[in-house]
Design a protein around this ligand. Structure first.
Ligand code: NAD
Length: 228
């Protein structure tokens, strides 16, 4: 199931993927919308896995701008709202749904992957709101994984480097540098496939930079069976 608000592109993707793919309009900031999508997923099958990877706004302002004005509070809160609160919203609602499933023999009920960014570690000038939101996702990963271990749900995150997507076009060259050595023109059109740790680990963050994947964060030991 593809959940998005970009009807045309998302429907096109679902069509390309074939008759097993379904697009359902979903606004991550709207509880009713997310819950309706989760209910639809239940109708179609068993929802065990969710990937949270929305994006869309790119506010580029310095904490104090060149003209002396402070970063707009709205720009900051809108960015945190979409990237962090929206992520948490889908996480909590999807996890509550998955937690009601019968566990598999190994105790696992499902898994959720969230999307952070290299900017959560080292954002560039003008990316303070985005970096704060993405660092929030990093902070959420291990703690959320610990919370969810008692209901058999693994939680991990990826922190990609720069990829050429519509979002990147929106924020432009200055905001797109994933490091002083990587410019937008060097950004790959597609990320390499990163293997998200499975099936036994949770709380890990796969950090992708310049084609290399490294992991940060501790796995949650014996997490799927241990009550916290
Ligand atoms: N592109 C990069 O270089 C890069 C690098 C690191 C991390 N990321 C992260 O990867 C994720 C995807 O980014 P992208 O570059 O593919 O962006 P994108 O803009 O190409 O795609 C984001 C999608 O999210 C959807 N969306 C926006 N608001 C939504 C909402 N309220 N509810 C549901 N869907 C909504 C958009 O319609 C769009 O289809 C983001 O979280 C982004 O921060 C991107």
């Amino acid at each position: 199931m593809i959940a998005d608000i970009a009807d045309e592109q998302a429907q096109k993707l679902a069509d390309e993927l074939g008759n097993k793919a379904v697009y359902v309009r979903t606004d991550v900031l709207d509880d009713d919308s997310v819950e309706a999508t989760l209910a639809k997923a239940d109708e179609l099958g068993t929802l065990r896995y969710a990937v949270i990877a929305h994006g869309g706004i790119g506010v580029l302002e310095k904490v104090v701008n060149r003209d002396g004005t402070p970063h707009s509070r709205k720009g900051f809160t809108d960015t945190i709202s979409l990237y962090l609160t929206g992520t948490y919203n889908v996480l909590r609602l999807a996890a509550a749904k998955i937690a009601k499933l019968e566990p598999k023999p190994n105790g696992e009920r499902g898994a959720i992957v969230m999307t952070s960014s290299i900017a959560g570690f080292e954002g560039q000038m003008g990316q303070s709101a985005y970096s704060a939101a993405k660092a929030g996702v990093i902070g959420l990963t291990l703690t959320g994984a610990r919370d969810l271990s008692s209901v058999g749900i693994r939680l991990n995150s990826i922190a990609p480097g720069t990829m050429r997507t519509p979002l990147l076009e929106l924020i432009g060259e200055e905001g797109s540098r994933s490091s002083p050595r990587t410019s937008r023109s060097e950004a790959p059109r597609h990320t390499r496939r990163v293997r998200v740790p499975c099936p036994a680990s949770a709380g890990e963050l796969v950090h992708q930079r310049r084609g290399r994947a490294t992991r940060r964060g501790a796995a949650v030991p014996d997490s799927l069976t241990r009550e916290l």
